[in-house]
Design a protein. Sequence first.
Length: 270
Amino acid sequence: MNTPDQPIRCLVVDDEMPARQALCRQIERHCPHFHVVQTASSAAEAFQLIKELAPEVVFLDVRMPHETGLELLDRFEERTFHVVFCTTYHEYAVEALRKKAFDYLLKPVDAMDLKICAKRITYALRVQPESPQSITPPGGRRVELITSGQRHFVRHGDIVYVEASGSYSTLYLTSGKRITVSKNLKRIEEMLQDPLFCRVHNSYLVRLDAVQSFSHRNGTLLLPNGKEIPMAVRKKEQVRKRLVGLMTGAQDEAELPLAAEEQQQLLKAQ
C-alpha cells in the first residue's frame, strides 16, 4: 500500500528524445514527489514497460509512429494508472476526454500547468485514492418536463442534446426518444443548471461528455447518434475550453477567470 510520502512512479512516453528529456527535467525540477522510473520511445515499448513496472502515472504523447497514444490505451481492458496526455495538438482533447485521461498538457509543457497537474495527481493517489477509470462526471440528477399533461423525470445523463425551435425545445435522449416541451432553450438551460451542458449555438444545447469529436475546421460537434451539431463561430474556443476543462476538473467556463488565483492557492499548498 502506498504511503503519503512515497514517490509517485511515472513513465514518460514520447517518440522524440528531446521531448522525453525535456519533460523528465521538468518533472524532476517541478514535481519533487514524482519519480520517473523509465521512458519509452514508442507505444509498443510503453506497453511492455507498463506491464513490467506498473507505473502510477503515464505521461503520454498522442502522435507517434506505428501506434498512437490513444491506440495504446485501447490495449488495456482495465487501467491501473493515470494518464496525462502531452501533445502539441489541442484537437485531441475530446478523444482524451473519452479515454478518461487525468489531464491534458500542451507542448511545450508550461511549468505552472505541470505543477497543478502534479498537485491534483498527488491528491488523487495519496490523499483520496480512487480507481483511475472511476473519474467520471455525475449524471444522476433529473429534470422534470411536462408535455400534454404528462410528467417526465429525465436524468441529465440521458440527455444528449437539446434543439430549439422558437418557443419550443426538443430533448434528444440516449434511448433515441424525443421529448418536446413548450419552453425556449434559455429556460431549459436554467432548469438543468448543469456545467456538463453547453450552449454551443443559439439553437443547440449539448451535453459535453456525450461529444465524440470536435471539428474546429468545420465548426461542428459529432454526437454518438451521428448527429453533427453546428457551433457558433464565437463559441468555438469557449466550447473547446469547456471540453478540456471538463477533463481537467474545471467545472464551468465561468470559473476560468479564477484559474490564476486557484493555481496560486495550489502552489502554496505544495
